[in-house]
Design a protein around this ligand. Structure first.
Ligand SMILES: [Cu+2]
Length: 254
């Protein structure tokens, strides 16, 4: 009897203890001691970092891959302006590597900015903003740097490994060469997705980009060539077969 009473008391104490813990765990969720709320366990992987709200003049940039193109996730302008990409110099925006086209007022989705020299893995860069003086041309002596209060808007970003896990995991996309044609003749892939050209014809063919980009070399019947698109700047790549220039296709790297 005594032992049972002790147990009951003890489990009551434990219940209160867990209630307290669950209250502490859900601070901000409106838990009070009067209304015990169910304990909800959220797997850590589902917890997402809070997204910084976009300011009225602002850009959002994910970590970038080493390449000649900075891909901004989104941006916003209260006046027409430019996005400027800088080298990091002692923790501040330094030498300019690239400038966007003039950006209209309002919100913009993905924006690409070519930079030179290209982004290097392990380095930090900055994006800053300028408001255009009205001539639609970037001129650092005339276009005012954008500030928030007294502080310059400057967004740092890192350059990380060439590919993330998802890109490594993505299977090769296959393009078949048959009856003097590329099939499918237009393919869009994320940069980093391998493209495999398979010559299923009896003739020799190539897959050769019109502008500098890629060239399979001559592929005999049954041979294949795998293109590493991680080395290509995003954009459209019209291509052809060298011996049969009427054979045409387009590869679009996102
Ligand atoms: Cu051909």
């Amino acid at each position: 009897m005594l032992r049972l009473a002790h147990l009951t008391h003890s489990s009551c104490f434990m219940r209160r203890f867990f209630l307290l813990v669950s209250c502490l765990a859900s601070v901000g969720a409106g838990c009070t001691s009067d209304t015990p709320s169910p304990v909800v366990t959220t797997p850590a992987r589902d917890v997402q970092a809070p997204v910084r709200p976009l300011g009225e003049d602002d850009v959002r940039i994910d970590p970038q891959s080493p390449s000649e193109t900075v891909i901004l996730r989104e941006s916003q302008f209260s006046k027409r302006g430019f996005i400027v990409i800088h080298l990091d110099e002692a923790g501040k925006p330094g030498k300019i590597l690239g400038v966007s086209d003039v950006q209209s007022v309002g919100h913009h989705g993905e924006t690409w900015i070519n930079v030179s020299p290209s982004l290097q893995q392990g380095k930090t860069y900055f994006a800053t903003l300028r408001h255009d003086n009205g001539d639609n041309r970037y001129d650092p002596t005339k276009d005012e740097p954008v500030k928030q209060g007294d502080t310059l808007v400057q967004i740092p970003f890192d350059v990380v490994a060439v590919r993330n896990e998802n890109e490594v995991a993505s299977p090769a996309t296959e393009i078949t060469i048959k009856n003097f044609a590329f099939s499918p003749d237009t393919v869009t892939v994320k940069r980093g997705t391998p493209i495999r050209f398979v010559n299923a014809d009896t003739m020799n063919h190539t897959a050769t980009s019109d502008k500098p980009g890629f060239d399979s070399g001559m592929l005999g019947s049954g041979q294949s060539f795998t293109l590493d698109t991680g080395t290509l700047v995003p954009g459209p790549y019209p291509y052809h077969c060298s011996p049969h220039p009427d054979m045409r296709g387009t590869l679009i790297i996102e």
